[in-house]
Design a protein around this ligand. Sequence first.
Ligand code: FAD
Length: 463
Amino acid sequence: METLVTPAREVPILAQADVAVVGAGLGGVCASVAAARAGARTVLVERNAFPGGVATAGLMCSVTNYLVTRTGQVVVGGLASEFLEGLVAEGGAMPDYARTGQPQIPNDPEATKRVLIGLLAEAGVTTLYGSLLSQALVDGEQVRAIVCEAKGGPFALTGAQFVDASGDLDLFRLAGARHERVGSFSTLLFRMANVDIGALVDWLEAHLESYDETADVGTSLQDTVRNWREYGVFHLPHYAGQRIPMVADAIASGDLPARFGHHAQDLWAMGMYACRAKPGTVLVNSCAFAGDDLDVRHKSECEAEGRLLVRVLADFLVARFPGFADAYLLDTATEIGSRRTGRLCGLHTLTADEYRSGQAFPDAIGRTTEIDHTSPDRRRYAQAGQIPLRCLVSERPVNVICGSGKSASTDPCGLLRGQVGCMVVGQGAGTAAALAAAEGIPVAQVDPERLRAHLAVAGVSLA
Ligand SMILES: Cc1cc2nc3c(=O)[nH]c(=O)nc-3n(C[C@H](O)[C@H](O)[C@H](O)COP(=O)(O)OP(=O)(O)OC[C@H]3O[C@@H](n4cnc5c(N)ncnc54)[C@H](O)[C@@H]3O)c2cc1C
């Protein structure tokens, strides 16, 4: 590819922060709130016009219930719990979600935006929307400042410490940190309105063979039915679509294409999420775009294809799917949701075995559960997995920490990418950054005991 050299430019310094956070997804908001509550002057930059990232712009308005282990132990507190309780109070999610029989916590993305904005305001975080990080100014082993592009022109922020919660390692990459790019597997999510969810649940109950108990977060049909009737939440497991005869028949006959355009596949996945807080509205997760989401040409083709594809899926659902006869397409996500694009090469790489076995780490900043991919029924871990600080930091730059579970140093990549994992990572990263800023030390040198004491006071579940 041909290149050109762009001229140097003088950029105004908009703010001087103790902690500057890039990205206002769930991870970045938790990092910012944690840093500000720990006493740091905190500035958060976000390229979109609202917070939430994948959970709002990506429309992934359902939190997998990694709060609870297979045995029913609640292992997450802190900001993840505050966020979820805020959603319930805002009328955006159903209460009583901390149960092992409930795999997902579906919610209203508009309520998510309001709750996140409230948390940021209450903590005193300066939040700058419409601000895309474009440059990192590195001085020796440290990032000295970042430059963002905004509609009114570029600006700089200086900071003692930085949190990269972009989900894509944008700051780490710009600062030359060791990292690994990973191909993405993305989905354009959409919502249907006026769905008769009760009729869909009745249909599943009458067609046991159509329900896959081992897809996604393994859940019995009995729990799925009970979740809707007693608790007002519904989840059709992602990738269980082919068990449903009308989907399999439509794929076999070609009425529903197996692929669409140049990039879309897995149109049969049919993950669905709904709750009574948003009556009749169903989030649909049913396509996959494989490729590199950091390649602007690839991503643009997928965004365009996705909008056309959604019409095909919506028409299929209305024509054939139980409960959808009177439904209509409500909206599509603002952007395709990327599951992961890369991982940091951190001081420690958290493995699935370490995580699943609940290995203790002296610098653990929190814990969550995950699907146990080694168990045939794909239930959650029997015990909580611990997250060490060292999988969020790299050798250099020494004043940047990862605030997104999507891009932490884990094997496999994205081990902590569930929304709960991202919030736990964010809170740990923001707290560590605030302590490092106060002491003027590299973030990896924060005393783990001090950090854990702070997190415990903030309600994070550590053991
Ligand atoms: C299709 C799909 C389905 C999923 N299903 C589930 C599920 O069922 N349950 C579950 O718990 N999780 C699910 N996930 C995972 C989960 O939603 C995400 O991993 C999580 O929300 C990521 O949060 P985050 O804050 O770490 O990153 P993000 O949400 O990606 O937030 C990053 C933020 O940074 C901003 N940003 C990025 N680059 C820049 C830049 N250069 N400058 C300024 N701002 C920037 C972005 O706009 C965004 O707001 C799913 C993800 C996808 C994509």
